[in-house]
Design a protein around this ligand. Structure first.
Ligand SMILES: [Zn+2]
Length: 458
């Protein structure tokens, strides 16, 4: 493969050109109730060429790997058409060329496990939910497993081949009592092999039990509360509400966002630290090199409450006079790499959960997020589960908890950061941006206490 792609790039006649070839095996299994909705495996092989000429990009993607030289020629001529005027230089932040080969680190290689075994395991989980009593209405299970091998070469002398395994399972129990429908969700999986979805029986039993319990909860009384969010919700919050604003292609194109995202501005209390990076091993957003061949690293976005960094591709780094961060990613070979998050998290703090809730007279404990919406600095998240906090203790269960607010006010209103950091990166699905969804990402955090959060009913 190396000779093939390196030969194709020779004499490309561009300021810069790269080839990315991708081989991917995908297994998908889906149940709705006892109905097996989908089961199958597929293999894809294809690639793309990206070329840069005087600031203009050309991009050509293709199935198979034939006629590479011709694809390079096509991408370069496309780039020439896209050039942004004579004498305009291509802007691409310099990186050291590397030659490397990265193997997936697997405990139990999912490719060696028969499809029938995978199906049987999911059926066991499914039966646990469906046999949890008359108030269980149904279940859904989605299992998505991919094994990807990427080959990357560019005209600067970089050649990288890199493997990645990703397994995600979404297991949902749905309970019903008349019009009242409640669900509880278990995300599972990981990048280190099939063992990450084994042995979940007790946890599956637990989501069925909780979905039923939620039927009996009263809707929360709308109002402003001190809220404690669990690590899962903290992770989703930091990704959705803050992380996307750190993606430099957004920032570069948006003047208002440039004003807001001024380096050195205070965003939160001293105890707040937010990081993104693929260089931490074993999470869904982990890798050694991004889709431009740039080595991954960890980037502090907020340090001691101050905005100190943002996420870059080589092009956005050059345009903004900053360093590339290894955040250029594409969901597959049909797409060009754009600036994306990897593993985004709030760093561990020092407060124990007991101390965090001990002086709350009346507050809300919100657990996990069922999706959310963000529009610039405004956000809305539905909590997966919630309890009232009364006189320093976790009290009764409540439902229909929707958190809304302004990101910047909310970050400033953070009062405590827990000492119980957890990764939250199981599950199928991932991050969406433009036409590129789902991209595997990880997120995480400890418990976080925030004052003055507006909670509305649904
Ligand atoms: Zn996202």
């Amino acid at each position: 493969m190396r000779n093939l792609v390196e030969d194709a790039l020779k004499g490309a006649g561009a300021d810069y050109a790269e080839i990315r070839i991708e081989e991917r095996e995908t297994t998908r299994i889906a149940f709705r109730g006892r109905t097996l909705e989908e089961i199958g495996m597929s293999v894809t092989l294809g690639g793309n060429v990206r070329a840069l000429v005087r600031g203009g990009w050309g991009f050509v993607s293709f199935d198979g790997i034939g006629e590479l030289k011709e694809r390079v020629r096509l991408a370069v001529s496309q780039a020439r058409l896209a050039t942004t005027g004579n004498g305009r230089a291509s802007q691409l932040s310099p990186v050291e060329p590397v030659i490397d080969s990265v193997k997936a680190q697997l405990v139990k290689d999912p490719r060696h496990i028969p499809l029938s075994t995978k199906k049987r395991l999911l059926e066991e989980y499914n039966e646990i939910i469906l046999n949890s009593g008359p108030r269980i209405q149904t279940s859904t299970i989605l299992y998505v497993e991919t094994f990807t091998k990427k080959y990357f070469a560019n005209t600067e002398g970089t050649y990288i081949d890199q493997e990645a395994s990703d397994i995600g399972a979404n297991i949902t129990a749905i309970a019903r009592d008349g019009d009242n429908v409640q669900q509880c969700f278990l995300p599972a999986g990981g990048t280190t092999g099939f063992q990450t979805v084994e042995g979940l029986h007790e946890r599956v039993r637990d989501i069925a039990r909780r979905a039923i319990e939620m039927l009996d909860a009263d809707p929360v009384k709308a109002g402003e509360y001190t809220v404690v969010i669990n690590p899962g919700l903290a992770g989703v919050f930091v990704h959705e509400a803050f992380g996307h604003l750190s993606e430099s292609d957004f920032v570069y194109e948006n003047e208002r966002l440039q004003e807001i995202m001024t380096m050195g501005a205070r965003f939160g209390p001293d105890i707040l630290n937010i990081v993104d990076g693929a260089a931490v091993e074993g999470h869904r957003g982990s890798y050694r090199y991004d889709d431009e061949g740039v080595p991954s690293r960890m980037t502090h976005l907020i340090r001691n409450g101050i905005l100190v960094g943002r996420l870059h591709s080589r092009e956005t780094a050059a345009k903004m006079g900053e360093r590339p961060t290894g955040n250029a990613r594409a969901i597959n070979y049909r797409h060009r790499p754009i600036v994306r998050m990897t593993n985004t998290f709030i760093e561990n703090g020092t407060t124990s959960f007991e101390d965090m809730i001990s002086d709350i007279k009346e507050g809300v404990y919100a657990i996990e997020a069922y999706g959310g919406e963000t529009a610039m600095e405004m956000f809305t998240f539905s909590a997966g589960e919630a309890f009232m906090i009364r006189n320093g203790k976790i009290a009764e269960r409540v439902r229909d908890v929707v958190l809304t607010g302004n990101l910047f006010d909310t970050l400033k209103n953070i009062e405590c950061i827990g000492n119980d950091f957890e990764w939250h990166d199981g599950g199928a699905g991932g991050c969406g941006k433009g036409a590129q969804f789902p991209l595997p990402v990880g997120d995480g955090g400890p418990h976080v206490r925030i004052r003055k959060v507006v909670i509305g009913g649904r």
